[in-house]
Design a protein around this ligand. Structure first.
Ligand SMILES: NC(=O)c1ccc[n+]([C@@H]2O[C@H](COP(=O)([O-])OP(=O)(O)OC[C@H]3O[C@@H](n4cnc5c(N)ncnc54)[C@H](OP(=O)(O)O)[C@@H]3O)[C@@H](O)[C@H]2O)c1
Length: 269
């Protein structure tokens, strides 16, 4: 990529994208600039990575072609009104949870296009999955920019905006559901007689190994499950309890509650 990228907000998500772009050699530090709020995050990011620390909004945006909006969702309401003019003709990519394209268009009315994205926390180590949608059809150059940028923090998938709340329920909140599953497996191991240390190691490595096996084989999880489930064996005994307690129903209700909350938050200003 040869364009200049401005980061408005320089916290965890901006850092993950900057780190991914630089580690993969997609851009050089000279192509990136950042600006935060009143805290130290932007100067820390700039001094750690060598990207430019802008002095103000006009300085940040003057040469930028792509603007990554990475402050907190609640900052949008108080955003500087000069942003409308300063982002004229630029591509704006937002990572703000629950901020719709229509809402973003009120702050960035003159942008040449707006992309709403929903990354997840494994983005911090380049293992994220980001869903995204654009306000208008993207030019092929802008599409290449968006996929290269999101590709720096993991994988990406384009979806209609009406599916973003559902995506939030699966991949946005999903890491926390997997953390909870892993903790539950650890507690189960302790109940079964293991030390906490052993149970923690075994549960973590099991989740990691099983995820890698699914990714490496591309097989359906049900097929992999069936391969290790002999009739009346140990896995079968455990799965019988999961079925009797409606594990899938619990997870469905979990995701649907997250989706409903995401929709509520998206409806707020
Ligand atoms: N972290 C994740 O895994 C994740 C996942 C999906 C989506 N997101 C989205 O990413 C966004 C950022 O989250 P985060 O976790 O990176 O937050 P964060 O670490 O708290 O960073 C927030 C950033 O916003 C800056 N900021 C504060 N007020 C500002 C203002 N008025 N103008 C410009 N910048 C301002 C902060 O700067 P100071 O330090 O100077 O205050 C800081 O650089 C959120 O909208 C969130 O929805 C995050």
């Amino acid at each position: 990529m040869s364009l200049q990228i401005a980061f408005l907000g320089a916290g965890r998500m901006a850092s993950a994208i900057v780190d991914g772009l630089l580690a993969r050699g997609v851009v050089t530090p000279a192509q990136l600039g950042c600006l935060g709020g009143e805290g130290p995050s932007a100067s820390k990011l700039a001094s750690r990575t060598g990207i430019r620390l802008a002095s103000d909004l006009a300085d940040l945006l003057k040469n930028a072609d792509l603007v990554v909006v990475a402050f907190k969702p609640q900052h949008l309401a108080k955003a500087d009104p000069r942003l409308a003019e300063l982002t004229r003709g630029k591509l704006v990519l937002s990572v703000l949870a629950a901020k719709t394209l229509a809402r973003l268009a009120r702050t960035f009315p003159e942008a040449r296009n707006i992309v709403r994205t929903m990354p997840n926390t494994p983005a911090a180590i380049g293992a994220g999955i980001t869903g995204w949608c654009a306000a208008r059809p993207l030019s092929s150059a802008d599409r290449a920019t968006v996929t290269a940028l999101l590709g720096a923090i993991g994988r990406e998938i384009e979806l209609p905006e009406e599916q973003i709340d559902a995506l939030m329920a699966v991949s946005g909140c999903g890491p926390a559901f997997v953390f909870e599953f892993t903790a539950a497996l650890r507690e189960a191991g302790i109940a079964a007689g293991l030390t906490r240390e052993s149970a923690a190691l075994l549960s973590l490595e099991t989740v990691l190994g099983a995820a890698k096996l699914m990714a490496a084989t591309g097989a359906e999880p049900e097929d992999l499950r069936n391969q290790v489930t002999s009739p009346n064996g140990t896995t079968y005994a455990g799965l019988q309890v999961m079925a009797a307690r409606d594990f899938r129903g619990i997870l469905r209700d979990t995701a649907l509650a997250a989706k409903a909350r995401s929709a509520e938050l998206s409806a707020q200003d």
